[in-house]
Write a protein that binds this ligand. Structure first.
Ligand code: TYD
Length: 329
């Protein structure tokens, strides 16, 4: 049972591979709709929840934080309440897996050790604060009501079907249409990138074998600066789809005004999930990135379906007033 509100970032085109699968049922609805969520638990005898539903883009949380509090905090609360009620007299095992982010731990300095499961929470954006709140609610429902909860905190994902507001798909698509590649600030912020299928594999692993009540950090062990990422994308595109007018896509790189409160570095210590559950990423970054760039090149229909008026409105809101800062570094 796949419950999804199909907000701006959701699309039935993302479910093409499972649309004829008899084991998959799609239902359009909001996790904040308590009556709907309770009905689904009752009618489908739900015993396992994997809670992916969230507003997830930091820049949108800066321009419009309310949706983040609603979906991420109130939505998580609604799901937890439905599970608590439905599982009160359970006779069979149940599991509630909450999918979260490494951003709850705040920002690291260049030489700090990577985030572990015991790093104190220190969220810096409305987005990460809303995810931190939801993590706390999940923990509290485990402790107070004995709800069988698990939480995963993952680093930056990339791969097919990612909405092009996030760094990697945005840069691929802007490059191809000849637009500037807007690097925030000096571009030396560091993220730890993980291929989306490795994240899915980790979630399944925790769902199968994770210890109830525990949290697990998930990461790629692959720290790169934003400038390195954008440069690699340009190099791949130069090979796969050379510019007709000649030259490199790198010439489109433009430094723009930084994100307020921009976290300098994230890094995940995935030692716990590796040691306890034997999970590790299967995709090397170079292969995953090349696969991702090829996917965006080969799926023009999908790209066209995303390039709506709503998308253009977001691009205008986030980038039009961001002055170019090239030469200021
Ligand atoms: P993003 O994909 O938004 O993920 P997050 O902020 O959750 O890490 O951004 C990844 C990094 O790329 C982050 O340091 C911000 C930076 N960035 C840019 O430099 N330019 C952009 O246009 C975007 C969207 C992100």
């Amino acid at each position: 049972m796949n419950l999804d509100a199909l907000t701006y970032a959701g699309s039935l085109n993302n479910l093409r591979e499972v649309q004829d699968n008899p084991r998959h049922t799609f239902l359009r609805g909001d996790i904040c709709d308590a009556a709907l969520v309770r009905r689904i638990f009752a009618e489908h005898a739900i015993r396992t929840v994997v809670h992916f539903a969230a507003e997830s883009h930091v820049d949108r949380s800066i321009t419009g934080p309310a949706a983040f509090i609603q979906t991420n905090v109130v939505g998580t609360f609604t799901l937890l309440e439905a599970a608590r009620e439905s599982w009160a007299n359970r006779s069979k095992p149940c599991r509630f897996l909450h999918v979260s982010t490494d951003e709850v731990y705040g920002a690291l300095g260049p030489d700090d050790p990577a985030f572990t499961e015991s790093t104190p929470y220190a969220p810096n954006s409305p987005y990460s604060a809303s995810k931190a709140s939801s993590d706390h609610l999940v923990r509290a429902y485990g402790r107070t009501y004995g709800l069988p909860v698990l939480t995963t905190n993952c680093s930056n994902n990339y791969g097919p079907y990612q909405y092009p507001e996030k760094l990697i798909p945005l840069m691929i698509l802007n490059a191809l249409i000849g637009k500037p590649l807007p690097v925030y600030g000096d571009g030396r912020q560091v993220r730890d990138w993980l291929y989306v299928e490795d994240h899915c594999d980790a979630i399944l692993t925790v769902l199968d074998r994770g210890r109830v009540g525990e949290t697990y950090n998930i990461g790629g062990g692959n720290e790169q600066t934003n400038l390195e990422i954008v440069g690699r994308i340009c190099d791949l595109l130069d090979r796969l789809q050379p510019k007709q007018a000649g030259g490199s896509y790198r010439e489109q790189i433009t430094h723009v005004q930084d994100r307020p409160g921009h976290d300098r570095r994230y890094a995940i210590d995935a030692g716990k999930i590796r040691a306890e559950l034997g999970w590790q990423p299967a995709h090397a970054f170079d292969d995953g990135l090349a696969q991702t760039v090829r996917w965006y090149l080969a799926n023009q229909d999908w790209v066209n379906s995303i390039m709506s008026e709503r998308y253009s409105e977001w691009i205008a809101l986030n980038y039009a007033k961001r002055p170019t800062t090239d030469g200021n570094f």
